[in-house]
Design a protein around this ligand. Sequence first.
Ligand code: C2E
Ligand code: CA
Ligand code: CA
Length: 696
Amino acid sequence: GIAIVNDKTFVNESVYGRTVINRAFENILGRTKEELAGVRWPDITHPEDLEADLEKFNQFKAGIIRDYSMEKRFIRPDGSSVWTKMRVGRLAAGDSDNSLHLCLLEDISESKAISDILKESERSKTVLLSNLPGMAYRCDFDPSWTMHFISEGCYNLTGYRPESLIGNKEVAFNDIISPEYRENLWNEWKRVVEEKLPFKCEYEIKTADGKRKWVLEMGQGVYDEQGNVVALEGIDLDISDRKEMEDKLRHYNDHDSLTGLLRRHCLIERLERDNTKKRALVGVNLSTVQSLNATCGFQYTQDLIKRIAGLLKQECNKSRELFKIYEAQFAYLITDYKEIEELNDFCIGVVQRLEAVLTLERIGGGIGVLEVPQQGRFDANELIKKLMVVSERAFGPDSYNYNIGILFYDKQTEEQISREEEIRQTLLRISETDTDGELYLQYQPIYDLKSMKITGFEALARIRTEKLGMVSPAEFIHIAEETKLIVPVGYKIIRMALGFLRRLEMSGYDDINVAVNISAIQLLMPDFTSNLLQIANEMRVNPANIGIELTETIFVSDFDEINRIISELRARSIQVAIDDFGIGYSTLAREHELQVDHLKIDKYFIDKLKADCPKNVMTADIISMAHKLGHCVVAEGVEQCEQIKHLYEYGCDKVQGYLISRPQDENAALELLEKELEITGYCNSCLREGMTTWAR
Ligand code: C2E
Ligand code: CA
Ligand code: CA
């Protein structure tokens, strides 16, 4: 656009003719000649550009400058502005008054808009790069990762200035990458470039001052038209904080919060990771600690577990790692051992460490040892289960008396474990139906030394199955107790025993006693007495002929409660005997409080009376003490005539044992009664002769 301007007004007509404002000028400013004639140019100049324009214009007017040009905006009638490149110059050379001048306009709004966008994009890129928690780069796809561009963030991330990396000037990026990742990164880039995929990888770098940092790199290849890679572009972000957080979380997840020990899943990982080395597991099972919960409280138990863990840790080193498997169950993973004896020594060391605290707390435990299979696949979870089972089995018989047993897992233990499992299944079957008669009873006579007659039988439970053969109560009773199946199974036993009693009564023996062994768990169940009486009622037997045998050790659990139940039973004229008397010691002190009919002296003391043992006065003392307290005394496990002789002398009331008869099936037991001591015992004649002589 061209126009002639008179000072601050547009000239519509002049000495130079009418067309002093051309069409393009009108178009740019959006006004006709006529309209332009009515305005001054400062009025339609964008206020932000006006000052600069006026300054130059005044210099121009004053003749200081010959002409000037600038980029400025005009305001159109609709209020919008238009960017122009304006040149102002003299109309004619030598025009001294300079009242008229020439104004040339070029509409530059379009290129102005583009440059604005570019500027904005540059600006935002700068903002982005300067705020990146890391750096952006463009590099060659070569083993040094030769850099062409690196953003300023490089310094913060790596400690190197971008300039020192560009073109590998001082250091190549590959040297910053921690060596163990270099090969992987190269292979991964190769893979993604080949398939034109985006790249994403986490790795560690070593900064200028030798620190390690975790970075997350994300990028992609830049390809030419033929699809060849010409560069790689991307960013490296500092993720050390995140990694640290992840590490913390993992640590939290892997460690037991109470003891700080690694947890079970870590042991499984370790076991599965490497099965080429010789390794063994040593399980330390102190589940008895839980028994203190009731007496000492939860917090006390927790503190104790923590203390024990502390002791166990002292046995740790590089090749003896400790894990916590469950509440008070621990496991060492042992590597680097040669002989199995080494494991045994290790276990003894552990026992010695624990001895003091366990003695003080009066608890015991078990240590199980299991060698990890070196070849083939194995289920680590199963292995730990087996370990816990052997460690449980390692419990000594008096595990509540601070002793720890040690047991190695071998073929035999494995068979035993599976046999126990089978027994458990059998007991469950029996408790539900037992249509096959797998559970049955045998009866062992109790012989009265005064009347020289059988006065009762003890019912002894047996299990026989096709798979297991004969199972003695010594084997299955404790399993039944552990699984609480002793309650339903116990009632079955009571029914059978009372069935036999009914048969005796029907056969005319109305004062023969049948005694049943009752476990503490069953005795302490509510309603035991009334249930027993109800069964007696149903079976129409005389309660006075029913006997109950309770082992002495059950009084440990709750002396007063058990004594109360005993009184209840005796009030209904049921006979109560204390079994295995003398070995538990626990009741001796309160012996006089025991409201029982019989004391059955344990076989241990009766064995002392054997021919090859020196005479033992203690047995005599027990008998006389029991008599003083008004109990009837039964000697258990009598096997030799010699023993009976002594017992007779000491005034023992009754005897029971193989010498009289082994436990018999119902029919055979009944026969014993009928034949009046024409019994199967191998010492029958000797006994009879003896009796008559002693009686005399
Ligand atoms: P216990 O009550 O002390 O029973 C006596 C055990 O000694 C029986 O073993 C019996 O067969 C055995 N015995 C008897 N006389 C002699 C002998 O002269 N020499 C030897 N060496 N042993 C003799 P059994 O039948 O194996 O029972 C073992 C234990 O199992 C019993 O000891 C009892 O505590 C428990 N038991 C048996 N039946 C039941 C039951 O129905 N319920 C409960 N809860 N426990 C039972
Ligand atoms: Ca018994
Ligand atoms: Ca006994």
